[in-house]
Design a binder for this molecule. Structure first.
Ligand code: SF4
Ligand code: SF4
Ligand code: SF4
Ligand code: FES
Length: 941
């Protein structure tokens, strides 16, 4: 609403064909792409035609009849939104007759609309009001006495917005937004003529309907019919500031609308390169956690973890932090301490924490939560194609012909990208889903997967090998592409391996559970279209063979020539908002920013010169090694910024024992999280609304985060790191995060061209951004792979040691849901809990039946390392022999049961496969009491 600066051109841009058309609009010559509407051409020429049902994010609909124009040689008054330009066309957008017709239309609208604009929440932001003013409608000849909708229904069921039918002009923009942009098809226009009205699903309340609360209908509504409750409560915004969403790796851009110091609403940015004006329920509405009463705003200390917390000043907290780390360093050596950076914090904050650890602590013991999610992506992609990141921009999906989604559930975890994907599928692209569950993409309104390979958890590598086997043995490889771009030796070796009969779909069927014919069909489909694209998630990486699977995906893409242009590629869908950035910034113990090894003398020398200290050439400890070392008595102090390792890491008992064994744990977070239970110093964190910086999304896009309110604790997180460094005697002098970015750019070749000035000018850029690509790189590996020649790796399938037994006959796998985020610390403190207030255990009807479990029953699940209890959801979304849950609520502690197994290359935990037994439990409290010790553990994914 506040974002009035956006010039809505009325209809979407025409498809690019290269052909242009020149026409005359009100005597002015205008040249536009062929296929453009007259309305858009006029808007381009600054002749905005009155409109109500048209907006440039939706296809033209032609229902309001306000946009009529006169065209020489044409009869009547065509609607400019549905009329396409033609060469030599002469258009008049204003004339006495047009004004008369438009006024007549407006009078009809106004006669069925309450005239209390002054008290309407949309006052000043309403297109109907604007049009009435423009056409000078102050009264209506039709009176207000006839039939009207003045007493239409008011639906307040959604926690974030309301629908007031009395204000609805039935323009259908909301219906079309839900269909065309969001892809949920929750709304329809019911009835005809005067009786027509907008209804949700089968005339249900919004909250009971299929609506997923993305807010797109609210965004597009031209009147106050659909409006945010926060706008009603607080009033119209006074100012807006652009920022980037702090939830998932899609990295949507928003205009944060403020009135005084109150956040009125988060409006999706129509110029946002990642989201193009779209959003999901989390980024759009779930911002209440930032001002939640649970926020800790003062630093706290305590001598031991059994003591109560004592609030202290920042001076005392920083002094104590520095004294403790100095003490531990002097007593045990620098390698006895370390730090964990946060994938929720900004690039600048992450860069500073790893700098603090390397330069001020004097150790390479720094790691990040990517260790437990996408570290195999980094290793696998770097080894095969040379860069540890996704190859594409999200826009690339618009050119994909066949799409593989493997181990990812985009409609729940990356919803805005999922909507783009669905748009492409509705245009005819083909879809292959590889997942143990029947995820939403397999079947939803107007889309269905062509093939669903419903594999057994833990058999990804066998499936990717079988797909590649078909491609190789049926002659579907692009040998010319491989010859030009890949290593001949590694290709020949891989090809020989993959062609072996043991990798065939028939031979692997008994391992994977996937019918061979489906695998053959999927392989032919992916390899035979012009553009095949692969999108994947944690269902690929969080396995004992996570890295092998990433390599297998890269092998398949290289062998079929599906890398290096738009419409193809290998794209990891990153979980947290800045997990890409935290990896880029040098958070791993073996790498500086830009993925350069600490043992590289030239690289290390550059950092030493800039930072003025000597740096170690040997990699430091990874997170699991830090825990092991703590239990061995050699690791004594940890600084954890914005990461709840006690809830998010596997085998929680092991984690909490390790934390308990340390002499000093410093936690910096918004809330007193599970890890803080083991901390000696708590430093309150600042939310993304309270800081400046940048996030990097899953498409390598660096977007600005801008401060819209003062930090409630007094400091932004980067300022706290600076204070700690200075107190440790290592000087850090930054006045603004832009100076940190300047340092990053000076030390990191892929960021060399990045500056806040450029980000402000371009909106965002995708790295690499340097002299070779001053405005960034949407598609990587275009002419050649970053590593030179692409390298194939033999991907032998090695079964995980985690398998079912008579004692643990089910396989547990984990995932996420739309309304909650990660460990739930933020979303659990918002109204999103009305959609999910607990984790559920999905179990197949057969498995439930044999155990006497019914929908809603309490179920105890036990693995060889732990036990927890949650309610059952009996559903055939999950296959027989497999159970599934989310990990958003500490009460259920789903990670209690996950094991210490991890990826062979990166130690990424095997969250996705745990052998368990599930039994019906009469009294959850009784079960909890019986399994008290293991319930202290928690699940993550
Ligand atoms: S609710 Fe708004 S967008 Fe939907 S039909 Fe009514 S006026 Fe149009
Ligand atoms: S909020 Fe989103 S999903 Fe719900 S009706 Fe509106 S557009 Fe559809
Ligand atoms: S899709 Fe992700 S980045 Fe976009 S609004 Fe939702 S949570 Fe935020
Ligand atoms: S804007 Fe063209 S018919 Fe409504």
């Amino acid at each position: 609403m506040f974002a009035k600066g956006y010039h809505d051109l009325g209809t979407p841009a025409a498809k690019v064909t290269g052909r242009v058309v020149t026409l005359e609009i009100d005597g002015t010559s205008v040249t536009v792409p062929d296929g453009t509407s007259v309305m858009r051409a006029a808007a381009v020429a600054s002749r905005d035609i009155p409109k109500l049902c048209a907006t440039d994010s939706l296809k033209a609909f032609g229902s309001c009849r306000l946009c009529l124009v006169e065209i020489d040689g044409r009869r009547g008054f065509p609607a400019s939104c549905t009329t396409l330009v033609a060469e030599g066309m002469k258009v008049r957008t204003e004339s006495p007759k047009l004004t008369e017709l438009r006024r007549n239309v407006m009078e009809l609208y106004v006669s069925d609309h309450p005239l209390d604009c002054v008290t309407c929440p949309a006052n000043g932001q309403c297109e109907l009001q604007d049009m009435a003013e423009r056409l000078d409608i102050t009264s209506t000849r039709y009176g207000l006495a006839g039939s009207n909708h003045h007493h239409g229904e008011l639906d307040k069921s959604n926690p974030y917005f309301q629908f007031d039918q009395s204000l609805c002009i039935v323009c259908s923009r909301c219906v079309r937004a839900c269909d065309e942009v969001q892809g949920t098809f929750a709304l329809t226009i019911q009835g005809r003529g005067f009786d027509s009205q907008v209804v949700a699903s089968a005339h249900e309340s919004f909250v009971d309907s299929e609506c997923v609360s993305c807010g797109q209908c609210v965004e597009t509504c031209p009147t106050g019919a659909l409006v945010e409750k926060s706008v009603i409560r607080i009033g119209a915004a006074e100012r807006a500031t652009k920022t980037t969403c702090a939830y998932c790796g899609v990295g949507c851009s928003f205009e944060v609308e403020m009135k005084g110091d109150q956040l009125v609403r988060m409006a999706p940015d129509r110029n946002g390169h990642a989201n193009h004006g779209h959003a999901c329920v989390k980024g759009r509405f779930a911002f209440g956690y930032a001002t939640h009463r649970d926020r800790v705003l003062k630093p706290m200390v305590r001598a031991t973890i059994s003591d109560p917390w004592r609030e202290v000043t920042w001076e005392e907290a920083i002094d104590r932090t520095a004294r403790e780390f100095k003490r531990l360093r002097d007593k045990y050596g620098a390698d006895a301490i370390g730090g964990i950076t946060s994938s929720r914090c900004t690039n600048e904050e992450t860069f500073l924490v790893q700098k603090l650890v390397r330069a001020a602590f004097g150790t390479n013991n720094v790691d990040t939560c990517a260790r437990v999610c996408h570290s195999p992506t980094g290793y696998g992609l770097k080894s095969t194609i040379g860069e540890s990141a996704g190859t594409q921009a999200f826009d690339s999906v618009e050119k994909a012909d066949a799409i593989i989604v493997v181990g990812a559930n985009p409609t729940e975890a990356h919803p805005v990208f999922a909507s783009r994907l669905k748009q492409r599928l509705r245009q005819g692209a083909r879809l292959i889903v590889i997942d143990p569950r029947t995820i939403g993409l397999v079947r939803s309104p107007h889309i269905a997967a062509d093939v669903h390979l419903q594999l057994r958890p833990g058999t990804n590598v066998a499936v990717i090998n079988a797909l590649a086997h078909v491609v190789v043995t049926e002659g579907l490889t692009r040998d010319d592409y491989v010859r030009d771009r890949c290593e001949a030796d590694s290709y020949a070796k891989w090809k020989k391996f993959i062609a072996e009969p043991r990798n065939s779909p028939e031979a692997t069927e008994s391992i994977t559970g996937v019918p061979a014919a489906l695998v053959r069909g999927a392989a032919r489909l992916y390899a035979s279209v012009p553009n095949g694209a692969i999108y994947y998630g944690l269902g690929v990486t969080e396995h004992s063979q996570g890295t092998t699977m990433v390599m297998g995906i890269a092998n398949l893409a290289m062998a079929t020539g599906n890398l290096g242009r738009e419409g193809v590629g290998v794209s990891p869908l990153r979980g947290q908002n800045n997990v890409q950035g935290s990896c880029d910034m040098g958070s791993f113990p073996h790498e500086f920013s830009g993925y350069r090894h600490v043992s590289d003398d030239a690289v290390r020398g550059a950092f030493e010169a800039k930072w003025g200290v000597g740096l170690k050439a040997e990699p430091g400890l990874r997170i699991p090694n830090m825990f092991d070392a703590a239990l061995d008595g050699t690791f004594k102090g940890l600084y954890v910024q914005g990461e709840d390792i006690a809830q998010s890491d596997p085998n929680t008992h092991h984690v909490t024992e390790a934390l308990s064994a340390m002499e000093c744990v410093v936690v910096q977070d918004l809330f007193l999280n599970e890890t803080a239970k083991y901390a000696h110093i708590f430093l309150p964190g600042s939310s993304f609304l309270e800081k400046d910086g940048t996030f990097t999304n899953a498409e390598r896009r660096i977007g600005r985060v801008r401060k819209v309110m003062e930090p409630r604790t007094g400091f932004q997180d980067w300022e706290v790191t600076v204070l700690i460094a200075n107190a440790l005697g290592y000087p850090m002098r930054y006045r603004h995060p832009s100076e940190i970015m300047d340092e990053i750019a000076s030390l990191t070749p892929t960021f060399a061209g990045v500056s806040y000035e450029k980000l402000d000018r371009l909106g965002s850029v995708q790295w690499p951004c340097n002299d070779n690509a001053p405005e960034g790189t949407p598609t990587m590996h275009v002419d050649t792979f970053v590593r030179g020649k692409g390298r194939f790796f033999v991907t032998e399938y090695v079964p995980t040691t985690e398998h079912t037994t008579a004692e643990y006959p089910l396989l547990l796998t984990t995932g996420r849901i739309l309304s909650q985020y990660n460990v739930g610390a933020q979303t659990r403190r918002t109204d999103n809990v009305i959609w999910a207030s607990e984790d559920l255990l999905e179990i197949h009807p057969h498995d439930a039946d044999v155990r006497g479990i019914k929908d809603g029953d309490w179920v105890g699940i036990t693995s060889r390392v732990g036990s927890t209890v949650l309610r059952a959801e009996v559903t055939d979304r999950i296959q027989m022999g497999v159970v599934y849950t989310t990990f958003h609520f500490p009460e259920s502690g789903a990670n209690v049961v996950t094991t210490e197994n991890s990826d062979w290359a990166t130690n990424c935990p095997e969250y996705k496969v745990t052998a368990v037994e599930a039994i019906r439990v009469a009294h959850p409290d009784e079960w909890r009491a019986r399994h008290e010790s293991s319930l202290r553990h928690t699940i993550t994914a």
